[in-house]
Design a protein around this ligand. Structure first.
Ligand SMILES: [Mg+2]
Length: 428
């Protein structure tokens, strides 16, 4: 370092004359379910079709082919509406096990390139390829060629110095290819061009800008990301709190979030779409209760505990709301998950009809690690024995017996003490 200064910006470190950027790839399969169906039945190629449920059963479009998109069909749209827009639309029932199996092969290809893979959904992931020698662009093309060649699946990739810009680059690249075929694009934002790339895009292209925030920004005369970047950061923080500070950073193309691998980002959840929208609070709470129990059963079957409880709500107009709260202690307890989810529900629901409701738990740790996090099993065991001895001394030896899982081996405690939820962080 000669006469230079270190400026750690998170995304890159500026040292003397050398600039070190991170290299992040956002990977996304193009119309994934449809691509799998086209492999099964090549006659579907080039035709408008959608994977999803029948319109008469309140089916929803899970994925639609690019020719269908050209006619205005998009995913999450009710199938009845899709058929009105595109009467010749073919409806293909979903085969989720086939999609999962194919997704595993795709993710294995990504992990063959780097272990730093953050899977976002069945067909989408971030990769941190900073440590690899080749440029991000070269790596993206190599990866695309592998997925195209070995799995015959079209995919698009965004390359940039951080997650935010890589993802937006990919979305923008895909949108630019609206010719009725899978985009199969690679879109690169060169290091240093993050802010100028974002500037002309609408403000709601940023994470954390939902319809409400977009409307508030529009009231201030802010429509594009560039206009947002020019707005004083202090004022955004005053108006939007923590989200305002994030907005100011993101609008300048800065995003410090690391790629979070595997289990840390995984969640276990249960959700249901009602046959008819439900506006009965008691019924909705009963549903949350049974979902909390389902999630708790899955956690226990996998010997996992989760620290973050999420609630997902979708209204009749398809707007979806996700709220989450982080517990002071990870749990697998149904009652605890229910209490946290119910609080989020009470805070979010104003009596409107609900189309979909879901409860999930993330921030997963293994049971063994969880024990280590709160206390040593031996300490707990010792305390319990002490208590028992105390009770027996006072009331006689038969007054109480351990509710043991059989045998004489002391079993480790199954559940941590009940924590109180702390801090709720709304998510877009
Ligand atoms: Mg996709």
């Amino acid at each position: 370092m000669t006469g230079g200064e270190w400026r750690d910006k998170g995304d890159f470190t500026l040292c003397a004359n050398s600039l070190m950027y991170r290299k992040i790839i956002h990977f996304d399969l193009d119309a994934f379910f449809c691509a799998v169906e086209e492999l099964r039945d090549p006659a579907l190629r080039g035709k408008p079709f959608a994977v999803g449920g029948r319109p008469e059963e309140r089916g929803v479009v899970a994925s639609c082919s690019y020719p269908a998109r050209q006619r205005g069909v998009h995913s999450a749209m009710p199938m009845s509406q899709a058929v009105r827009l595109c009467p010749q639309l073919l409806i293909v029932p979903a085969r989720h096990s086939a999609y999962r199996a194919t997704s595993e092969k795709v993710m294995a290809c990504l992990r063959a390139l780097t272990p730093l893979v953050e899977q976002l959904s069945i067909d989408e992931a971030f990769l941190d390829v900073t440590a690899l020698a080749a440029t991000g662009e070269t790596l993206a093309h190599t990866l695309q060629a592998t997925i195209n060649g070995e799995l015959q699946l079209p995919c698009s990739l965004g390359v940039a110095s951080n997650k935010l810009v890589a993802k937006i680059a990919n979305t923008a690249g895909k949108a630019a290819a609206a010719d009725g075929r899978p985009p199969n694009r690679v879109t690169v934002v060169p290091d240093g061009d993050e802010a100028s790339f974002l500037a002309p895009l609408p403000a709601d292209a940023l994470w954390g800008v939902g319809p409400k925030t977009a409307a508030k920004l529009a009231d201030l005369g802010i429509h594009t990301i560039g206009e947002l970047a020019r707005w004083p950061e202090g004022d955004l923080s005053r108006r939007f709190g923590k989200n305002g500070a994030d907005l100011a950073q993101h609008a300048r193309g800065l995003d410090h979030r690391p790629v979070v691998t595997d289990r840390e980002s995984k969640s276990i959840s249960a959700e249901i779409t009602f046959v008819r929208d439900v506006d009965d609070g008691a019924e909705l709470r009963r549903t949350i209760q049974s979902q909390a129990e389902e999630v708790s059963r899955s956690l226990r079957a996998k010997e996992l505990f989760g620290a973050t409880v999420k609630l997902k709500l979708r209204w009749s107009d398809f707007t979806t709301l996700t709220r989450q709260t982080t517990l002071t202690q990870a749990t697998d307890d149904a009652a605890e998950i229910y209490r946290a989810a119910e609080r989020l529900f009470t805070a979010s629901w104003a009596g409107q009809p609900v189309r979909l409701i879901g409860v999930g738990v993330s921030g997963l740790v293994t049971a063994a690690r969880q024990l280590g996090l709160w206390e040593q099993p031996n300490e707990k065991e010792e305390r319990l024995q002490q208590t028992l001895r105390g009770l027996q001394a006072r009331f006689g030896a038969t007054i109480i017996k351990r509710g043991a899982r059989g045998g004489t081996q002391p079993s480790p405690p199954r559940r941590p003490a009940r924590p109180a939820p702390k801090g709720e962080s709304p998510q877009k």
